[in-house]
Design a protein around this ligand. Structure first.
Ligand SMILES: *Cc1c(COP(=O)(O)O)cnc(C)c1O
Length: 421
């Protein structure tokens, strides 16, 4: 953080600014400080991307911050599908779906998404963010109640705010508190419960069986964001319901086409009536252009590949187990994570920044998450495991993290050194 003198100087300077310029200048000062300290890690251009490796400024690094959970970027069948779509339809869709922008490709993708999710129908939007924003704000409105887990993704929160429904946040994955929120909602109002299936900062899993039970009890609709569970949870990667051995308990399944699926866009899978409603009322569908042919075809091919190559899911799940087990045995706090998102708690922001710099200097591409994105005192490195990592690469990452952890005292130096394989 800036020194006391700098702070005083900054305060003085900001007093004569208008509030908009002031907030911009404040962020600029923080970023400049980070750059000077070597603590600014964001927006780094990646020159090459090959599964578990990236090239940054000509340097080969081990990548542990990719959402490509199943290592499908560059998969020959998926790339070929995108190329064929460009050959046939070109690169754009000349408009919104409802009027003249629907291609056969879009309908094929939606049919595939519905089949994959075991629902009657599906709708795709131009991003996962827009999918949540549009869906929540279209389904609920003034007079309704929308109940969110406290750690839900920003796109859900923004959808709730935009909806003008009563926005209630319950304690994280706490069923007693969810029940309290449901019980407090007036009996004949529309109720929607929305949660991440896998929480994007902590990597833990929602207690779906109990959320479902409570939604039934209080007659609420249930929406799950599967951004980090699609391709990750369940023996065949079908997500949160498969993970718990349930089917058809989620009314509205949301997912993104930009994480395990190597394309762009987002989707809702649900029954025919809900999808029909969204296709005619959701403003981000009605007033925004269709997905590009390449992204549409790539996404469809990717769903097929997930079903054709289940060994990718098995590999990812083995990698997650190895990484989590070893981090814990080396003394790291990984919270309740059971998934590919692995928080490595460092504590204060500065410790996290130091540890990130140490690890990056050793060739490990990982990124820090600081407050206020996560609660103060739980600043962390957010590591992401994928199916691209070999056992040896996971060990390499673990060794770098352990060395970094000791160097910045996230780990006690007295901790027994583990056997190095
Ligand atoms: C990434 C993410 C989104 C947004 O998806 P994009 O396709 O990147 O816009 C929505 N919800 C969660 C939980 C996410 O992690």
């Amino acid at each position: 953080m800036p020194s006391r003198v700098d702070q005083l100087f900054l305060i003085e300077r900001f007093q004569i600014m208008n509030p908009i310029a002031e907030k911009i200048a404040k962020l600029k000062a923080r970023i400049e400080w980070g750059r000077e300290m070597g603590y600014y890690f964001y927006l780094r251009p990646i020159e090459e991307l090959h599964g578990s490796r990236v090239t940054v400024k000509g340097r080969d690094m081990l990548l542990f911050s990719s959402y490509s959970y199943l290592n499908l970027i560059g998969h020959p069948k998926i790339s070929a599908a995108a190329q064929n779509a460009i050959a046939k339809f070109g690169t754009g869709t000349h408009g919104a779906r409802l009027l003249a922008g629907t291609l056969t490709l879009h309908n094929e993708l939606e049919a595939k998404i519905a089949a994959f999710n075991g629902t009657q129908a599906a709708i795709v939007f131009s991003s996962g963010y827009v999918t949540n924003l549009a869906t929540v704000s279209t389904l609920v409105g003034r007079g309704d109640v929308v109940i969110c887990d406290k750690l839900n993704h920003a796109s859900i929160v923004d959808g709730c705010i935009l909806s003008r429904a009563k926005f209630v946040r319950c304690k994280h994955n706490d069923m007693a508190d969810l029940e309290r929120c449901l019980a407090e909602a007036p009996a004949n109002t529309g109720k929607l419960v929305v949660a991440d299936a896998v929480f994007s900062m902590d990597g833990d899993i929602i207690d779906l069986p109990n959320v479902h039970r409570l939604c039934k009890k209080y007659d609420a609709m249930l929406m799950m964001d599967e951004a980090h569970s699609l391709g990750v949870l369940g023996k065949t990667g079908h997500g949160i319901e498969e993970h718990f051995g349930l089917s058809n308990v989620v009314n509205i399944k949301m997912g993104t086409l930009s994480k395990a699926i190597p394309a762009m866009g987002g989707y809702i899978a649900a029954d025919n009536d809900i999808i029909m409603y969204l296709k005619h009322v959701a403003r981000a569908f009605v007033y925004s252009a269709a997905l590009s042919p390449a992204a549409t075809a790539a996404a469809k091919a990717a769903f097929e590949v997930i079903e054709e190559e289940p060994q990718r899911i098995a590999k990812l799940q083995r990698n997650i187990a190895q990484f989590l087990r070893e981090l814990k045995s080396r003394g790291f706090d990984t919270m309740q994570s059971q998934t590919a998102i692995v928080p490595i708690i460092c504590g204060r922001d500065e410790k996290t920044l130091k540890m990130t710099k140490f690890a990056q200097d050793k060739g490990l591409f990982i990124l820090p998450v600081l407050s206020p994105a996560v609660p103060t005192g739980t600043s962390r490195i957010r590591a992401l495991v994928t199916a691209a990592h070999s056992e040896a690469e996971i060990n390499e990452a673990l060794n770098i993290l352990e060395e970094a952890g000791r160097a910045v005292k996230v780990l006690k130096s007295s901790q027994a050194a583990p056997a190095v394989l």
